[in-house]
Ligand binder design. Structure first.
Ligand code: FPP
Length: 252
């Protein structure tokens, strides 16, 4: 299987260079450029998504092996419903296929699957597969794999405010008790640490409504590589780049 491929010489060299004591705890990725990758090869867009799933497998495995604790992948945004029905269907199908094929391996590798987004709006088959994957992996704790599905950052914040407001209305939380720590618990990411490193592929320099509350102090890494070409080698380079940054969190 491709994701099980042994590391190449370059990959081994990069792994050696990575400081294992200073790994990003949480990596978030905007997997962009599947369509353009396919177009360049005169292939349908869905072929790009299919190739993209191979990279998902490879990157999840590499993060687990390296000891990354949280990985968040932007798989489908609240805005992606505007795409042609064919493409939406094929993305949902790929997600179902991925979960069906990979669930046992993910479980064996102690990966916990978590979803960020409103699952209620998903078609019934993907919804079922997703619930099954969450249930099966609920006690795992090596790598938390967040899949952002029907996810939007603004949507997430409004949802959190509504939940919080309901608690205030019901007298379960006092207005004075609301602070950053309490508020974050109402986001899909709950008590998880904020991303340390956000990667976006394909050369676009935007955030596209992804984790907009959580990325206040996140380091950004943009690369021109299209997602279907983003291999472990690129992941390791992104981590090395991150390790050369000087994070001050507003201090000096
Ligand atoms: C962006 O490329 C990619 C997406 C909208 C979907 C990402 C989904 C996958 C990689 C597959 C399913 C995910 C999982 C977790 C199994 P684009 O279509 O916007 O590319 P373009 O900007 O070049 O058109």
């Amino acid at each position: 299987m491709e994701s099980m491929a042994k590391n190449t010489d370059i990959e081994r060299k990069l792994i050696k260079e990575i400081d294992k004591t200073n790994l990003p705890n949480h990596i978030a990725i905007i997997m962009d450029g599947n369509g353009r990758w396919a177009k360049k090869r005169f292939l349908p867009r869905t072929a790009g998504h299919r190739e993209g799933v191979k990279r998902v497998r490879e990157i999840v495995k590499a993060c687990g092996d390296l000891g990354i604790k949280y990985l968040t992948l932007y798989a489908f945004s609240t805005e992606n419903w505007k795409r042609p029905k064919d493409e939406i269907d094929s993305l949902m199908k790929l997600l179902v296929e991925y979960l069906k094929k990979e669930l046992n391996t993910l479980h064996k590798n102690n990966v916990k699957i978590n979803i960020l987004g409103d699952l209620e709006k998903l078609p019934s088959l993907p919804k079922q597969e997703v619930f099954n994957a969450i249930e099966k992996t609920r006690n795992n704790n090596k790598l938390i794999l967040n899949i952002a599905l029907n996810y939007g950052g603004r949507d997430e914040i409004i949802r959190a405010i509504k939940l919080l407001a309901k608690n205030v209305k019901d007298n379960k939380i006092q207005l004075e008790d609301i602070n950053e720590e309490l508020f974050k618990e109402f986001l899909y990411t709950g008590s998880q640490p904020d991303p340390d490193l956000l990667i976006r592929t394909s050369g676009e320099l935007r955030i596209s409504n992804f984790l907009i509350y959580q990325i206040a102090y996140t380091e950004f890494y943009f690369t021109d590589i299209y997602w279907p070409q983003f291999t472990k080698e690129h992941l390791f380079k992104a981590i090395l780049d991150y390790q050369n940054r000087n994070r001050r969190f507003g201090g000096i």
